[in-house]
Design a protein around this ligand. Structure first.
Ligand code: UDP
Ligand code: MG
Length: 318
């Protein structure tokens, strides 16, 4: 009988320092779990360093290594999607290349799945040791807001490190939207999830690919993709302001009739106009965000374009 196949999907962008270290760890873990077969699906997300040639070398040495290389940098979400599309395993794990998602947790994750029969084990870091304080604070605020604003529940500190059954992977792949927010999609598809907690590990080598601004954009995308609350808020705000100004107009008219007083009040008028103008722009901005997302979505462009791969019958653009 064939052994159960576990695929390990790793998106990589400029990870030449990490790839050899990661590969070493993965081989170690695979050796320790000899009742399973493994395949490593490395996705090169348009790296500008030697990541791709390292992948080629590894693939030549080890037939378990499969790689997919993009024609440019499409972002981590696209890389994850490509990895999941090309993974053949009965179970599929996704992890970062920087060893912040400890591969040695895999046996535990697999055991948990076998014991409980759940479809998916996700991981969550219990602290953010070694991370800038302001960054942890913003991250916590984001998860709070996200839970408030959308129906889906994403645990604080949840990583994109998880082990999923084939059924769940297929469901995740069937969510083929262009604007992807994986943490949200994993939660959205449902299935029973067990959480594994671990202490934060700092990046072993190389540097983080996420600037503060990039993270901010990512969080805004996350909220917009899974929630209509912002746009609803903007309509409420509009309604409220209309009501307020209506009352203000009546008050003004009565005041003018009773006291005359033609010029006074000019400064307050300017304040009100700029205030309302600001709110209008803000609300239009929110609407614009949703419209631009719709625009990207209706164009139905592929999520990624593969330039080179050693996967047989790979999805070259999807
Ligand atoms: N990554 C990617 N494409 C990108 C940015 C990042 O594939 O455009 C990969 C990166 O190589 C790593 C993972 O996504 O494997 C997480 O990135 P990183 O460790 O820099 O993020 P952090 O842990 O700092 O949030
Ligand atoms: Mg990292």
């Amino acid at each position: 009988m064939d052994k159960t196949l576990i695929s390990i999907v790793v998106p990589m962008y400029n990870e030449q320092e990490m790839l050899p270290l990661l590969y070493q760890e993965l081989v170690k873990v695979a050796a320790g779990m000899d009742s399973y077969d493994f395949e490593f699906v490395f996705v090169n997300d348009g790296s500008k360093d030697n990541t791709l040639s390292l992948m080629r070398d590894l693939a030549a040495k080890d037939e378990r290594v499969r790689y997919v290389s993009f024609s440019r940098n499409f972002g981590k979400e696209a890389a994850l999607y490509a990895g999941l599309s090309n993974a053949k395993g009965d179970y599929v794990a996704t992890m970062d290349a920087d060893l912040q998602d400890p591969p040695e947790l895999l046996p535990q994750m697999m055991a948990l799945i076998e014991e409980t029969g759940c479809d998916n084990v996700a991981s969550r870091r219990v602290n953010r040791k070694g991370e800038p304080l302001i960054r942890s604070f913003c991250a916590r605020m984001f998860y709070k807001l996200m839970r408030r604003m959308s129906e889906i529940d994403i645990a604080d500190g949840a990583r994109d490190y998880r082990l999923m059954s084939r059924a769940m992977v297929n469901s995740v792949l069937s969510v083929s939207e262009y604007n992807r927010f994986s943490k949200g999609i994993f939660a959205w598809v449902g299935y029973e999830t067990k959480w594994l907690e671990f202490e934060n590990v700092e990046r072993t080598a190389g540097e983080t690919k996420w600037s503060f601004l990039k993270l901010l954009h990512y969080s805004i995308d996350g909220i917009m993709n899974f929630s209509n609350t912002p746009i609803r808020l903007s309509s409420y705000l509009g309604l409220l302001l209309t009501a307020v100004s209506f009352v203000a107009i009546i008050v003004e008219v009565i005041r003018a009739l009773v006291f005359g007083d033609p010029v006074a009040g000019w400064p307050s008028l300017v304040c009100i106009i700029t205030f309302i103008g600001g709110i209008q722009l803000f609300c239009m901005g929110i609407m614009g965000q949703y419209i631009s997302k719709t625009y990207m979505e209706v164009k139905r462009r592929p999520h990624y374009i593969v330039k080179e791969t050693n996967c047989v019958d790979a999805d070259l653009n999807h």
